[in-house]
Structures are given as structure tokens and as C-alpha cells.
Design a protein around this ligand. Structure first.
Ligand SMILES: [Zn+2]
Length: 168
């Protein structure tokens, strides 16, 4: 790496730290020759994920597009943009963990719904109604009661966990 000011290659690192939850390293560097300071980022190079849609066509996994869809589903709910970023990050991690270069769009939708269900019921239902077109009102209500049960269970576990903490 060369200094963009004086083209010297005598560069030293003055600070390194993990950013983006350990997914990247940010380094502050300084040119020893002229004192110019600059920043570099180092990230894991990952292959592009390809999403296979229901009609068989393929497109690159696009996290911005997914995030935009989530924003729409979460309008007028208390879900924050930070929480939505987390949902997308966690979906992306899960997809990479499958270790396949192609994933079905259903799989992406299921992962999103699974995470959204734990965040907010309204957001979940809005997203689900677009992604998984419910055949009839009965299957919709069944889905909703599953979410409520899941939430209830999670709350019980949380209560149990926090009362265990108090005891300790
Ligand atoms: Zn320089």
C-alpha cells in the first residue's frame, strides 16, 4: 500500500479495531514519510449469494432490497431501524451458514418471518401476507396463533431466566 500524497510505501498502522460486530477491521494508518493519515477497512471476502425465485429465475441477494421490504412491513410499529438491520444481518449470517451458493427465495422469506415473529406481531403478519400468500382465513389465523404461542413461550423463558438471575 502506498501513501496517496507522497507515494511512499512506508506506512504504519496506528490503531486497529473490530467494527460491524467483528465482521470487519478498521485500521488508522500513517505515512511515515509525510505524516498523512488515512483509514482502511478489511472485510471477509464472501461469494455473492444467488436467490432462486419461485418462477426459477435467479437474482443476487440484495440486503438493501430486503431492508426496504422490512421497513414497509414495520411502518407504524415500534420496531426500530436498528432492529431491522439486526434482522437482515442475522438472515444473511444464516444464509451463509447454509454454505450453498444458491438459496431459494422461500428460505429467505422463512428466515425473515421467523425473526420478525419474535419482534412484532403486526410487522410479522404484514410481511407474511406478502411473502406467503395465505390460502384462506383459517390458515392465516392458524399462523397467527402459532406466533402468539411462540411469543408466550419466549416470554415464559425470559421470566424464568430473569428470576434465575435474581436468585443468583
Ligand atoms: Zn506520504
Amino acid at each position: 500500500m502506498k501513501c496517496n500524497q507522497c507515494h511512499s510505501d512506508d506506512i504504519k498502522v496506528i490503531e486497529s479495531r473490530d467494527v460491524a460486530e467483528g465482521q470487519a477491521i478498521r485500521r488508522r494508518r500513517m505515512c511515515v514519510a509525510c505524516g498523512q493519515r488515512f483509514t482502511t477497512y478489511e472485510r471477509l471476502e464472501r461469494p455473492q449469494l444467488i436467490v432462486v425465485k419461485n418462477d426459477g429465475t435467479r437474482e443476487l441477494f440484495n440486503r438493501d432490497k430486503l431492508l426496504a421490504g422490512l421497513y414497509r412491513a414495520c411502518e407504524k410499529t415500534p420496531v426500530t431501524s436498528l432492529q431491522l438491520e439486526d434482522v437482515v444481518n442475522s438472515v444473511e449470517q444464516d444464509l451463509y451458514a447454509c454454505d450453498e451458493s444458491e438459496v431459494r427465495s422461500n428460505k429467505v422469506g422463512e428466515l425473515v418471518m421467523d425473526k420478525l415473529a419474535r419482534l412484532n406481531e403486526v410487522a410479522y403478519v404484514r410481511f407474511a401476507s406478502v411473502y406467503r400468500r395465505f390460502k384462506d382465513i383459517a390458515s392465516f389465523e392458524q399462523e397467527l396463533s402459532l406466533v402468539r404461542q411462540g411469543k408466550h413461550l419466549a416470554e415464559q423463558q425470559e421470566t424464568a431466566a430473569s428470576s434465575a438471575k435474581i436468585k443468583n
